[in-house]
Design a protein. Structure first.
Length: 392
């Protein structure tokens, strides 16, 4: 199987917004690992090619480097002849990936509805990307799953979190040698493992319940309460109570307040006392409106907190509603509840509770200063994409 190469396709970028405003969907942390990391680790292959939605092509090149990896941004671009695993970015399920490993060539995995998930193909020649979904061209046979597995909406990440996190943690070292855990911290692994990655710091009298993951160089404040199925990415500062949530990385929740069943991007700053609701008073299904010009969507979930895009900031004492969506770059400084849907680069104050456009020059200046504190540069591709989002 060493001759097999791996192609990962970003085919879920629209449905997973705002979390995918600034990254391909395969680079979303869907457990302790990103979807791409899980695909590569389960299959035992590093991606040889990536199909990246146009606006993300430059970002991937700028932030990750592409040495030895073919970047594709058009369905008319070609992949070389040979044996390929082709995986869509919506496939985060380790069970499906394990199934792909034993799949014979010229077989395709599909959901019960017929939606394409992944394929094992032998390509005899240079092949346009658009042809990879043409089963007849390759005389491919479909293997139909018995249930839906694709991550198409942000809340689907929460729906798979128990399974993805269990798999990821089972393949990780519990505590890195360079992690520092205070002697008074309580690590409760009754329900699952607690993984503390390299350079992480866990403060005095904090309580961590597994399964959970604390990313590299993240600081868990004293007295923090980290409940099961919490994932905190690298270079974060977290405090207060967190449950069943994923924080991508480079984000601060450095003070008291509750965060539950929520999804946070990078470079988010939650002001002291910011707290969220993850359950309706009626115990009904949570609905989410992700854009002001779109209708609400029924998540089918009883528990669903906010979806928070990159560079969102909240003032002290902010209160975030069940199923709220705070789009990339929104600034929330309201004495009442935050909006159920905050627009991209919206500036919300008591004077302008409906939000006004964030001054773009000030936003970029603030983002640059925030990133500099972690010794990270705001590159030209990222800045360009942020400016582009302001016009969408």
């Amino acid at each position: 199987m060493s001759s097999t190469r791996l192609l990962i396709i970003d085919n879920q970028h629209h449905g997973l917004a705002p979390l995918t405003h600034l990254r391909p969907s395969f680079d979303l942390r869907t457990g302790a690992w990103t979807t791409r990391q899980r695909i590569e680790r389960v299959l035992g292959l590093e991606a040889a090619a990536l199909f990246v939605w146009g606006p993300h092509w430059g970002l991937v090149k700028e932030t990750q480097g592409v040495a030895g990896v073919q970047l594709i941004d058009s369905l008319t671009d070609t992949v070389s002849a040979g044996r390929w695993y082709v995986v869509g970015s919506g496939c985060a399920s380790p069970q499906v990936l394990e199934q792909l490993k034993s799949l014979a060539p010229q077989h395709v995995i599909r959901e019960p509805c017929g939606a394409w998930v992944a394929a094992h193909l032998e390509l005899p020649r240079e092949t346009e990307l658009a042809w990879l979904w043409d089963d007849e061209r390759w005389n491919a046979k479909a293997v139909i799953l018995d249930h839906s597995v694709l991550v198409r909406q942000p809340w689907h990440i929460l729906g798979q979190l128990e399974a993805t996190l269990a798999y990821d943690l089972a393949h990780m070292t519990r505590r890195a040698d360079s992690a520092a855990v205070h002697a008074s911290a309580v690590i409760d692994e009754t329900r699952g493992p607690v993984v503390i990655d390299h350079g992480a710091i866990v403060g005095a009298l904090s309580f961590l319940q597994g399964p959970c993951y604390i990313g590299a160089h993240t600081e868990v404040a004293p007295h923090a309460y980290i409940r099961p199925h919490t994932v905190v990415g690298p270079y974060c500062k977290v405090a207060g109570e967190i449950s069943f949530s994923i924080i991508q990385g480079y984000t601060n929740k450095a003070h008291q307040g509750y965060l539950g069943h929520s999804l946070l991007g990078q470079w988010v700053n939650l002001g002291a006392g910011t707290t969220v609701s993850n359950l309706k008073n009626t115990y009904g299904s949570v609905r989410v409106q992700r854009r002001l010009d779109e209708p609400e969507e029924d998540t089918g979930r009883q528990f669903c907190g906010p979806i928070i895009g990159d560079y969102v900031r909240t003032a002290i004492g902010s209160r975030l509603l069940t199923g709220a969506c705070l789009n990339t770059g929104a600034m929330i400084a309201l004495s009442g509840f935050a909006p159920k849907c905050a627009r991209t680069l919206g500036f919300y104050t008591d004077e302008h509770p409906e939000g006004q456009a964030y001054d773009l020059a000030k936003f970029v200046e603030t983002a640059r200063a925030m990133m500099a504190r972690r010794e990270v540069d705001l590159g030209p591709e990222l800045e360009g994409r942020l400016r582009e989002l302001a016009t969408e």
